[in-house]
Design a binder for this molecule. Structure first.
Ligand code: PHE
Length: 449
């Protein structure tokens, strides 16, 4: 078999996996979900989901990848073979690869919105913008298929450009530059929010312990989001784990990555809400929070254009490093099974996902009336199908495979934990996580009925 790439060291693996985890989920989705779901109650439940389900399952996914040393589909076949069980488990890997491409189909379109907002902010479009104007600007973007198409194309070319260069010169290099840059911008943003925003109100909104606001919906959307946010259940973390050398501790690395991902989401949330409250804007503005409300805040504050530009650059970097990980499982499968070169495979897959993205962007304007299921548009269908069904389902099956099918010694061989920690992992992986995920599915059935 051809030589397999590997991360240079633990640090580059951590940056890459954190790069995958930190994305639109943290900066675009988490803050508005906090707003819509009542603030502090949601934050508390989300943190609990990360600790009790996210961290153990991330360990599981990395251990599966590292043991298999292959792309997710062949990797699951290898592991099933080792566990002397049905080779059909490989379809779990196959499902993950497809899920990644489906997510990228809409992720790239939103990534495109972000790119266009970098330019808008730099051009000074936010200066003194009113609420109505800001909404009109956003609506105008969504109503223009051509503008959306241009930015979606740019985002896809950026993503595929990195993937084509391979693990070390592409993925590793991009993450080594973009993730530190992202944290640097975050610090600037936080400093700015502290000086001109209303941090006290933001803190109160996000962290005052108010148990009365915890509702079933908040709990279930928090769990779903824990999956999306940590990139779990579709093989991205698995394929990144397959490039990880054997001497690195999975548990410790996972905890660092999950902490970085969660902290970044919460800090961005604080920065955003400090600006929102200082400008008397609505915290529960929904998906438009960063595209409609935030520009109003930037437009009325000193240095707003500069900070606005930096803010959208931060979002773009985050989205870019996540997008890369969405295609890597499928690329690894193609290059490990055919003679097709990485660069050609990237172009081929890129065109397919680009076409899917075109359908997604049209669903905001020309094809607005097209409903796929339950009255959902193409964009909404892909979003809901992947984050509420495919990712948790993938995670559930991985947990069950590692917990009940793999030999205990093989798992322990990879995790290398002391007895107490291993027991913890097993309880969370074998019992807590599956029950939590099944509860989400039951709830979904209730809602759909
Ligand atoms: N974790 C990414 C985010 O928060 C999204 C993602 C999901 C990336 C699944 C890869 C796999 O935006």
């Amino acid at each position: 078999m051809a030589h397999r790439s590997a991360w240079k060291n633990r640090w580059t693996f951590m940056l890459a996996t954190a790069g995958s985890a930190i994305g639109l989920g943290n900066i675009w989705k988490l803050p508005y979900m906090i707003g819509v779901n009542g603030g502090s109650a949601f934050v508390l439940v989300f943190i609990a989901c990360i600790f009790f389900v996210g961290i153990p399952l991330m360990m599981t996914e990395i251990l599966l990848g590292r043991r298999a040393q292959k792309n997710p589909l062949d990797g699951m076949a290898t592991l099933a073979n080792e566990a002397k069980t049905s080779l059909h488990w490989k379809w779990l890997g196959g499902m993950g690869m497809v899920t990644g491409l489906l997510i990228l189909g809409f992720y790239s379109v939103i990534g495109g919105w972000v790119l266009s907002y970098i330019i808008e902010a730099a051009r000074g479009v936010f200066t003194n913008v009113t609420g109505a104007q800001s909404t009109a600007n956003f609506d105008a973007l969504l109503a223009s298929p051509l503008t959306l198409l241009c930015w979606h194309t740019v985002f896809m070319v950026m993503t595929m450009g990195v993937v084509a260069r391979g693990v070390n010169s592409g993925l590793e290099k991009a993450n080594n530059i973009l993730i530190p840059a992202l944290f640097a911008i975050l610090l600037v943003l936080l400093g700015y929010s502290m000086s001109v925003g209303d941090m006290a109100a933001a803190y109160q909104f996000m962290f005052s312990l108010d148990f009365s606001k915890i509702t079933p919906v908040a709990v279930l959307s928090a769990l779903g989001h824990a999956f999306f946010s940590l990139s779990l259940g579709m093989g991205a973390v698995m394929v990144y784990g397959s490039y990880l050398k054997r001497d690195i501790s999975i548990a410790r690395t996972t905890v660092y990555i999950a902490l970085a991902d969660t902290m970044l989401g919460l800090l961005v949330g604080l920065a955003i809400y400090a600006l929102v409250f200082a400008n008397h804007l609505e915290p529960s503005a929904g998906p438009g929070l960063i595209f409609q409300s935030l520009p109003i805040a930037f437009g009325h504050m000193p240095w707003g254009n500069l900070i606005g530009t930096l803010f959208f650059m931060l979002v773009a970097f985050a989205a870019w490093t996540s997008a890369i990980s969405l295609v890597e499982p499928a690329i690894a499968w193609i290059t490990e099974n055919t003679k097709i070169k990485r660069a050609s495979a990237t172009v081929g897959l890129g065109i397919m996902v680009w076409l899917l993205g075109v359908a997604v962007l049209l669903s905001f304007n020309e094809w607005k009336g097209v409903k796929i299921v339950f009255g959902l548009s193409i964009f909404e269908t892909l979003d809901k199908l992947t984050s509420t069904i495919l990712l948790p389902l993938g995670g559930l099956l991985m947990a069950i495979f590692a917990g009940y099918w793999m030999k205990k010694d093989h798992v322990q061989d990879e995790l290398n934990l002391n007895d107490a920690h291993f027991k913890w992992w097993r309880t969370l992986n074998n019992i807590v996580a599956p029950i939590a995920i099944l509860a989400v599915f039951l709830y979904l059935f209730e809602v759909i009925k």
